[in-house]
Design a protein around this ligand. Structure first.
Ligand code: SAJ
Length: 428
């Protein structure tokens, strides 16, 4: 059968490659011509380490089972069309469906009778019914569940493990009708070796946005307990460990902030789903505010630690360790470190950034710390778990070390003369 994927990003491309490997004739429609060209040359345009992807892609392209194009005309004879375009939220936390609408309005006129369309992008609850269905019906003159079939199957991928996640993580399969859900399950069974749970559209939309809002709220709770511990002279890292010994407790990790392409976005998509309804929304905005406030809290800890050393933040030389949003990743989307750096610079600090994974920020940590008044650790990259503390101390002008992820052995740091501060614990 002939399958198409619209949007060959970090979700669409691996999905296209896996369906090609399963034997489909796969066409990828991608708006960026240079990505189309790269893929048709058998090269993966995805940055960062994605085990197995480049090889699988090259194989499928060489065998003629996968090709990319920039125009929608080629979608005419496709039996299954997956939509994997971006669905960001803007600074006012409003979903931006421009890419989704563009894909749907260009697909509708060429949609084949009897085809199955599946939205994999993360969307606010009610989007299938209020945006996707109307655009496809009006643009095609066809009726859903009669002339074509429509589903929502949210993706669950994590950068760095795209291929394994796609095949090993369970998925909610939201069909316009139960029969459509069953057809979707038969399709995904060809590439997914995990639970495929039939559901309706609203359930699929809710599960995806709720699972990430859940994580955001859990992290915010851990951060709030951290602030409480700082005030009361406790240590959230110990408190968390002992709390989690109690059955059914799974307190998350507090830290310097919450970044990435999912967790900061999906809670707002969930919130958008009940817009205009009389449902008091408190947990989502509150959790987002707590987590988004953590970089500023790190600045607060830093200025207090510097003051303890008799150094003011203005004019202080500060080395930031970690710019990616997640440990051992080069992905800097919505990075808490970016917020921290902007704040520090606005307060007159002289900021240097080190990150072993980010172009232009690599190099030797001790060298980067030369003459620094403070080091602020924002990401617990593997490389930072073995910092050469004596050398770091010797290189610095003032020995202030503020740890946003509890990555450093605080006792040892203090023995070496560091003014060591860690988020979620009382200052020395
Ligand atoms: N973070 C904390 N405390 C925690 C966990 C994470 O501060 O206890 C921070 C991280 O430092 C990072 C951000 O939150 O800045 C997001 O971390 P994440 O581990 O959630 O990683 P993501 O953004 O890649 O989330 C993805 C999501 N997967 C999908 O959307 C399919 C998420 O649903 C997964 O739960 C998460 O991976 C995962 O489990 O690794």
């Amino acid at each position: 059968a002939k399958l198409a994927v619209i949007g060959l990003g970090y979700v669409g491309l691996p999905v296209a490659a896996l369906f090609a490997k399963a034997g489909f004739d796969v066409l990828g429609v991608e708006i960026k011509q240079e990505r189309v060209d790269k893929i048709n040359a058998g090269l993966s345009p995805i940055e960062g380490e994605e085990p197995g992807l480049a090889q699988l892609l090259a194989e499928q392209v060489t065998q003629g089972r996968l090709r990319a194009a920039a125009d929608y005309e080629t979608l005419r004879e496709r039996d299954v069309i997956l939509i994997d375009v971006e669905t960001p939220v803007d600074d006012q936390h409003i979903p931006r469906y421009e890419a989704l609408r563009a894909a749907l309005t260009q697909l509708a006129p060429v949609l084949k009778r009897g085809a199955l369309v599946i939205v994999e992008s993360t969307i606010a609850p009610r989007t299938m019914d209020t945006v996707v269905r109307p655009l496809l019906e009006e643009g095609s003159g066809m009726r859903v569940n009669r002339d074509f079939y429509l589903g929502n199957c949210p993706e669950r991928v994590m950068p760095g493990r795209l291929l394994t996640n796609l095949s090993s993580l369970s998925r909610v399969v939201g069909g316009g009708t139960p029969e459509t859900a069953q057809a979707m399950i038969a399709l995904y069974r060809l590439i997914v070796q995990a639970d495929l749970d039939a559901a309706d559209w609203i359930t699929a939309e809710l599960v995806k946005t709720v699972e990430n809002a859940y994580r955001d709220v859990q992290i915010a709770f851990a951060n709030e307990v951290g602030l409480i511990c700082e005030a009361l002279g406790g240590d959230v890292w110990t408190v968390r460990e002992l709390v989690n010994k109690s059955p059914q407790r799974h307190m998350h990790l507090p830290g310097a902030g919450v970044g990435g392409h999912c967790i900061p976005k999906d809670p707002w998509l969930l919130a958008h789903g009940i817009q205009g309804m009389d449902v008091p929304l408190r947990m989502v905005p509150t959790a987002r505010a707590i987590n988004d406030g953590m970089p500023a809290h790190m600045v607060d800890l830093l200025s207090k630690a510097l003051a303890q050393a008799g150094v003011s933040l203005a004019g202080a030389r500060v080395l930031v360790l970690g710019y990616a949003y997640l440990e051992n990743s080069d992905d800097t989307r919505n990075s808490p470190s970016a917020v921290l750096v902007r704040l520090l610079e606005s307060l007159g600090a002289d900021v240097r950034i080190h990150d072993p994974y980010v172009e232009g920020m690599q190099g030797d940590v001790v060298e980067a710390a030369q003459g620094a008044d403070a080091v602020v650790l924002m990401v617990r990259h593997q490389a930072y778990n073995a910092l050469d503390l004596p050398q770091l101390r010797a290189a610095m002008r003032t020995p202030v070390l503020v740890d946003g992820r509890k990555a450093v052995d605080g006792r040892r740091a203090r023995e070496l003369g560091f003014l060591y501060w860690v988020v979620g614990a009382a200052s020395p």
